[in-house]
Design a protein around this ligand. Structure first.
Ligand SMILES: Nc1ccn([C@@H]2O[C@H](COP(=O)(O)OP(=O)(O)OP(=O)(O)O)[C@@H](O)[C@H]2O)c(=O)n1
Ligand SMILES: C[C@](O)(CO)[C@H](O)COP(=O)(O)O
Length: 230
């Protein structure tokens, strides 16, 4: 099995409040983005990486690629204002419509190879698949400071990345969304909007997105657990 991956690093990390793009925060002496790229550099199924970065950080990303001798990064392209715009830019860098593309947040450094493989296999079969985990909390619907109702948790799952698609399908969905001005918070939601079936592969709770400062505590614990396992 062969896939290409688009890794997104063109955000600002406002909620992390680190005074810089959160991709450059160091964990175990390596920036977050280096941990994320390493997962795919090491995965034999990954053929090519498209890295999407901030316009003003492209040179920094070129230097980063050289420093870590990452060989699979085929292109480093500037992203856009929203995550969806950045994915769209990444998709434009790929042109084999039949191929499988994975789309992944640079801010998720702990995706496990076995989950990536299960996801790729599922998308190769169905055209579109996401990693997700069942929600653990009770979820309330709130309006004007009051609970309107409690959701049925048995059908609620939290979507993660990577998400995997046949390139032609997700390109078409992104182009249509762009034309219509539709914005979704992930790529699968665009596929859903245009009536594509999206399969779910159960992921791992450790595949966190580093969003706020408290996520770094969990990240450090995950790295410590890995070191102890070796
Ligand atoms: N215009 C954007 C916005 C986000 N991302 C990327 O999408 C991933 C998930 O987004 P998120 O966690 O929201 O990152 P930020 O946008 O950086 O964070 P914030 O919303 O707190 O500013 C991150 O790896 C981020 O770099 C991107 O490539 N381009
Ligand atoms: C794509 C994503 O990581 C799936 O959980 C998430 O939707 C990104 O969301 P954010 O709004 O950019 O934090």
């Amino acid at each position: 099995m062969d896939y290409n991956v688009i890794i997104l690093a063109a955000g600002q990390g406002k909620r992390m409040n680190a005074g810089k793009n959160k991709q450059w925060i160091e964990l175990d002496g390596m920036p977050v983005i280096a941990h994320t790229v390493k997962v795919f550099e090491q995965d034999p199924w990954c053929a090519r990486i498209i890295l999407v970065g901030n316009e003003r950080e492209i040179t920094l990303l070129e230097e980063f690629r050289q420093f870590y001798s990452y060989r699979k990064i085929m292109k480093i392209v500037p992203g856009g204002k929203e995550r969806q715009d950045s994915v769209h830019e990444g998709l434009k860098a790929l042109d084999d419509g039949d191929s499988l593309v994975l789309i992944h947040d640079g801010a998720r450094p702990f995706a496990a190879e076995k989950d990536i493989h299960a996801l790729a296999e599922k998308a190769a079969e169905t055209g579109a698949a996401v990693l997700a985990v069942p929600v653990k909390d009770t979820i309330k619907h709130i309006s004007e400071g009051q609970v309107t109702h409690t959701m049925d948790r048995s059908s609620l799952w939290a979507a993660q990345t990577p998400q995997a698609f046949r390139l032609s399908l997700i390109k078409k969905a992104h182009e249509q969304a762009c034309t219509e001005g539709y914005v979704g918070t992930d790529d699968a939601s665009l596929a859903e909007k245009y009536n594509l079936t999206v399969a779910v592969v159960e992921g791992d709770y450790r595949n966190i997105k580093l969003t706020t400062a408290d996520d770094l505590l969990f990240a450090k614990a995950i790295l410590r657990e890995r070191q102890e396992a070796h």
